[in-house]
Write a protein that binds this ligand. Structure first.
Ligand code: TPP
Ligand code: MG
Length: 442
């Protein structure tokens, strides 16, 4: 026996002599039954606070690569064949058509708005290319009243809920019909009607907000969950960690849905983290976690449905990591050819595209033909262009709205700023395109 063990045994013996029986003996409450050996096993039965771990005499270093990476759940292969029939969500033809039309309409809208920014007609834009399956599959599995906190690359979710082409265009143009009254950058959508909280530019702010909203839902017992979308890059922010820990400990019904598209602007994931993506972090927070093929709309649907059930029935958060690829540039302020090759991008366009995979599935069933594709391409383009020209013709909102609709009552500072702006514009009116705005009260 080592010196350290002898000391330990001696101190346990002394402790046993002086200890009060009521604190040492548990169920049978018989102090005379207490012995050193029973005390030792009692110690072994206890856990350190916050853990349930066993002791070991083997000094082990846990290396992160000892475990296989978390697998990616999928339903369809790249050619739209269902791999295991039991996993097929059995969408009917109408649902499949609705999903396909939404994914492709989003794609067409992206193309037109991206071009319009290049032509200087709107100030900024972000496309959703390659992430259509992630967005539509998850949106379709939610209840329409679930509250959504998004990042900025989830326009398809809003489109699925019923935000119209006119709504999108009006926001990007910041015109009089924009529900946000022209006060946000393009693509920073929000909609009370569709339970979609207005997007904020600072990354990851939506995560703690979502945890808080979900806590309120739990208290209200309203039968809804909160869905919180974010990117792999946003998961590097401190807010990600705070939000997941709060949601876990307060047992909030929230789905943290990470779109892992391989990049945070120009930073590839291998420069963002060393672990097994975002999914591996779930266990660390005690959060149920699923990793899914984000380019497989059916898999994303199944996973989100299950995540919603767990979250609601057991009032706890679920982390979903959807593996996908950002095919477009980060935004109109980015040129991704500076940091990735054409061949890398073209693999995802040609071999593993969410629209292509659903298209194959529908064609295999005879639900979609080459001719349908041609007709829909023309029709959807026409719809987008019409909404686009309607939005472009509308006036910009009255600039006073920048000040008047911020708080319930205007603060003295805002009143002062409003009158300075009016004076300024009056003085230099020849330099402002005032004819493009709803008129200000002079
Ligand atoms: C707090 C904060 N830091 C930096 C930025 C600049 N920024 C905007 S988007 C972005 C990358 C985010 O990447 P990811 O979360 O993966 O989303 P993705 O664009 O890939 O969809 C960065 C760094 C920001 N908006 N907010
Ligand atoms: Mg990303």
């Amino acid at each position: 026996m080592s010196v350290a063990s002898r000391c330990l045994w001696r101190s346990i013996g002394t402790f046993a002599k002086h200890a009060r029986p009521s604190r040492l003996v548990s169920s049978n409450n018989n102090a005379r039954n207490f012995s050193v050996s029973s005390r030792v096993s009692a110690l072994d039965d206890h856990f350190f606070p916050g853990t349930k771990c066993r002791y070991t005499q083997k000094l082990e270093v846990l290396e992160p690569d000892q475990k296989d990476p978390i697998p990616v759940y999928r339903v369809m292969d790249n050619k739209g064949n269902v791999i295991d029939a039991d996993e097929d969500p059995q969408f009917d033809k109408e649902t499949c058509l609705k999903m396909y039309r939404c994914m492709t309409l989003l794609n067409t809208m992206d193309r037109i708005l991206y071009e319009s920014q290049r032509q200087g007609r709107i100030s900024f834009y972000m496309t959703n290319y390659g992430e259509e399956g992630t967005q539509i599959g998850s949106a379709a599995a939610l209840d329409p009243n679930d509250l959504i906190f998004a990042q900025y690359r989830e326009s398809g979710v809003l489109m699925w809920r019923g935000f119209t082409l006119d709504n999108f265009m009006d926001q990007c143009y910041g015109n009089v019909s924009d529900v946000g009254k022209g006060r946000q950058m393009p693509v920073h959508y929000g909609s009370t009607d569709f339970h979609f909280v207005t997007i904020s530019s600072p990354l990851a702010t939506q995560l703690p907000q979502a945890a808080g909203a979900a806590y309120a839902f739990k208290r209200a017992q309203n039968g809804q969950v909160v869905m919180c979308y974010f990117g792999d890059g946003a998961a590097s922010e401190g807010d990600f960690h705070g939000a997941l820990n709060f949601a876990a400990t307060l047992e909030c019904p929230v789905i943290f849905f990470c779109r892992n598209n391989g990049y945070a602007i120009s930073t590839p994931t291998h420069d963002q983290y060393r672990g097994d993506g975002i999914a591996s972090r779930g266990a660390g927070y005690g959060i149920a976690t699923i990793r899914v093929d984000g380019n497989d709309v059916m898999a994303v649907y199944n996973v989100t449905k299950v995540a919603r059930q767990i979250s609601l029935a057991q009032s706890r958060p679920v982390l979903v990591e959807a593996m996908t690829y950002r095919i477009g540039h980060h935004s109109t302020s980015d040129d991704s050819s500076a940091y990735r090759t054409d061949s890398e991008v073209s693999y995802w366009v040609k071999e593993d595209h969410p629209i292509g995979r659903l298209g194959f599935y529908m064609m295999n069933r005879g639900w979609w033909t080459e001719q349908d594709e041609k007709n829909w391409k023309n029709e959807s383009r026409k719809q987008v262009l019409e909404a686009f020209s309607r939005a472009e013709k509308k006036l910009k909102p009255n600039p006073e709205l920048m000040f008047t609709d911020v708080y319930d009552e205007m603060t003295p500072e805002l009143k002062k700023q409003l009158s300075s702006m009016k004076e300024h514009v009056q003085l230099y009116k020849e330099n402002y395109p005032l004819g493009n705005f709803e008129s200000m009260d002079k």
